[in-house]
Design a protein around this ligand. Sequence first.
Ligand SMILES: *Cc1c(COP(=O)(O)O)cnc(C)c1O
Length: 461
Amino acid sequence: MKTNEDKDFNYWIEKGKEMVAERRQRIARAKKWKFDTVATHGLYDLNQALTWNNGSIMEPAYLTPAQAYLNSAEMEVALSYQMPNWCYSRIANPSSFFLEEASALLETYGSDIQGTCLATASGISAIRTATDPFLVKDGNFPKPNIVSSAKVYGGTFQQFRVRRHIEQGIEVRWVKEPENLGEWASMIDENTRFVYGEFPSNPSVAIFDISEVAKLAHENGIPLIVDSTCASPVLTRPLTLGADIVVHSASKVISGSGTSIIGFVISKMNITSKIGTDEMKEDFAAWAKFWPFRDNGPALHSMAAILTLNDMRTLRMRMEQMSNSTLALARYLEKHPKIDRVHYPGLESYPAYNLAKKYMKLVDSGENMFGFMLAVEIKEDTPGASTNTRKFYDALQLAWRAADLGRVKTVATLNAISTHQQQGEEGRALAAVKPNTCRIACGVEHVDDIIDDIEQALRKV
Ligand SMILES: *Cc1c(COP(=O)(O)O)cnc(C)c1O
């Protein structure tokens, strides 16, 4: 038996190797499970519970900021990142680990891909954390540019346009029709640092061919980063289709009960990039956590990690019900005389319907499902008006008027005056947000009640 004094530098190095090997076994076991099982258990098992957590069957919330070490040797090995540890809650935290491990498995589900997840304080900080490392100074590529779909979340548009372009001078090249591969191709040049798209986009539900855009990016030596908040790993897993990094606003459907603001950066091993060190490319999310994330500080609270983990266990079931309800609502609205147009990937009238059918399938069933979000344009008497739209909107009784989506409760949003207000008319035109656009995100209420509410509100127009 070793005494504490005998536990020297080499002891902790060996201990670290054992911990890594044991974790690998847990990953291998979880890779054989179905989606719901992975979502429910992640890497947390009886051995973990008994060894570290007093037998707690649920993953505990570690509210403490710091980890204690047995002796100086352990501290030295741990803080040089030579053994798994968490150290300080701005860098890592056991509760975040539980969540990150489960979400990396879900995002790579159904493939041999090994994923790494970094959980952040918000979706928008996940986007910042995922893109920053590609925009550093590099004398070989002096004039960095970003090629991004114009159909992105309003906050992303602002981060790219104001923070990146206006404040930092980075050129942002907007792809107006993300379904059009040629448009992406025409914008990439040797100074492009990464390609960015949303699948499907919020709120216009636009999609793009993930595999083809990934191919294009890789031919140019750069990564494809996909915001897959609105598909969630239940419907689409971009890493398995060729993307290098996935970001999520886990504030949305992943934590659908609405308790947390939280984001994910999930990467696969050995991403493509002209910029950065080999260490960065090998395991991007782990590298980001140890270095820039630590130094920039967008850490999440451990309570948010546990609340999100608890919701994530039921993600597939919620997505299934919400997708079925949204399709029924979309079909109902498409026939309604007071509606101009319904945008929903599950409708035959959707321009990229075939692409949606190819990429959006309920995990473990294969059945096409298209998510919880649709955008509807209310008929107006004059172009550019929003009179009828506001009448309809203000009459909603069950659906909440809020700038939110992916919730267990149905939420409706007028994007031109909320999420996309600050980007101005030109920016809204790029994102296909009109004054009469209303985004509806179906919750898990009974579909009849959702449709009844929409129907009574349309009667007020
Ligand atoms: C909400 C949202 C974000 C931003 O996430 P936060 O968690 O609110 O910071 C990013 N992308 C999409 C698609 C979103 O809907």
